[in-house]
Design a protein around this ligand. Structure first.
Ligand SMILES: CC(C)(COP(=O)(O)OP(=O)(O)OC[C@H]1O[C@@H](n2cnc3c(N)ncnc32)[C@H](O)[C@@H]1OP(=O)(O)O)[C@@H](O)C(=O)NCCC(=O)NCCS
Length: 212
C-alpha cells in the first residue's frame, strides 16, 4: 500500500484536502440506498443525485463496489413515473385540495429497483431511469439517458442509451465476471493493480486464467 496508508471504504474524503469527491457508502442515510465499498461520486453529496425516491414505493437503489460516478449524474426513482393508463397523467392525489386517493400500485408504472454492478463508470450528467440494471464493468457515456438494461462490460451512449460496443471479447468478459476482483481484500486488490490497469489484454487474459 502506498506511503503505508490503507484504503479505507469508510473514509468520506479519499482525496486529502478536496471535498468534491466522496466515497458514497459512509454518507448514506436512506435505508433504501445501498452502496458498496469504494464507490465514489464527483460531488460533496450523493443523496441529492437520487430523485423521486419515496418510501411508500419501497424501491431500492443498489450500487456495487468501485463504481465511478461523475458530476451531475441523476438516478431517477419510481416516484417519478406518473399514472399513464388514464386519460390524464396529472397527479391530483399528491396536491393539496384535489379529491383523489392515491392510485392502486397496479395502476402505477413501477419498474422495480435500480441495480448498478461493480466497477461501473457513469459519465457526467447521465440519467439512470427507474428499474434499470447495469452490469459489472459497464461504461455509461456522458449525458446518456439510460432507460433499459446494460450488459456487463458494454459501453452505452446517447438518448436513449444504445450499445456503442462491448469492451472486450466474450472470453475476457466471462473471465472478469468469474474473477470478481472487487470482492477481494484491499491487500489483494492492491497487488492486482498491475493486472487491472494493464492494456496488454492477452497478458491479462493469461493472468486471469492462472488465478481462476
Ligand atoms: C462513452 C465514452 C467513454 C466513449 O469513448 P470512446 O470509446 O473513446 O468513443 P469515441 O470518442 O471513439 O466515440 C465513438 C462514437 O460514439 C459517440 N459518442 C461518444 N460518447 C458519446 C456520448 N457520451 N454520447 C453520445 N455519443 C457519444 C461519438 O460521437 C462517436 O460517434 P461516431 O462513431 O458516429 O463518430 C466517452 O465518449 C464518454 O462519454 N466519456 C465520459 C466522460 C465523462 O463524463 N467523464 C466524467 C468524469 S470521470
Amino acid at each position: 500500500m502506498k506511503d503505508g496508508k490503507i484504503p479505507n471504504p469508510n473514509t468520506i474524503h479519499p482525496i486529502p484536502g478536496y471535498n468534491k469527491e466522496i466515497y458514497v457508502k459512509p454518507t448514506i442515510k436512506n435505508p433504501n440506498i445501498i452502496v458498496g465499498d469504494f464507490t465514489y461520486i464527483a460531488d460533496s453529496d450523493f443523496e441529492s443525485h437520487v430523485t423521486h425516491h419515496y418510501e411508500w414505493n419501497g424501491d431500492k437503489l443498489i450500487i456495487g463496489k468501485f463504481c465511478q460516478i461523475a458530476a451531475g449524474v441523476e438516478f431517477v426513482m419510481n416516484g417519478a413515473n406518473h399514472q399513464m393508463n388514464a386519460v390524464s397523467t396529472f397527479p391530483f392525489y399528491t396536491l393539496e385540495g384535489w379529491n383523489m386517493n392515491p392510485p392502486a400500485v397496479s395502476d402505477l408504472p413501477l419498474k422495480g429497483d435500480t441495480v448498478i454492478g461493480n466497477d461501473v463508470w457513469i459519465g457526467q450528467n447521465a440519467v439512470i431511469l427507474p428499474g434499470v440494471h447495469i452490469g459489472d464493468g459497464a461504461i455509461i457515456g456522458a449525458n446518456s439517458v439510460v432507460g433499459s438494461d446494460v450488459e456487463p462490460y458494454s459501453i452505452v451512449v446517447g438518448n436513449p442509451a444504445k450499445l456503442l460496443r462491448k469492451r472486450f471479447d466474450d472470453e475476457l468478459i466471462s473471465l472478469m465476471l468469474q474473477f470478481k476482483w472487487w470482492d477481494k481484500s484491499s491487500e489483494e486488490i492492491d497487488s492486482l493493480i498491475p493486472i487491472l490497469t494493464c492494456s496488454d489484454l492477452d497478458k491479462v487474459r493469461e493472468e486471469l486464467k492462472k488465478r481462476i
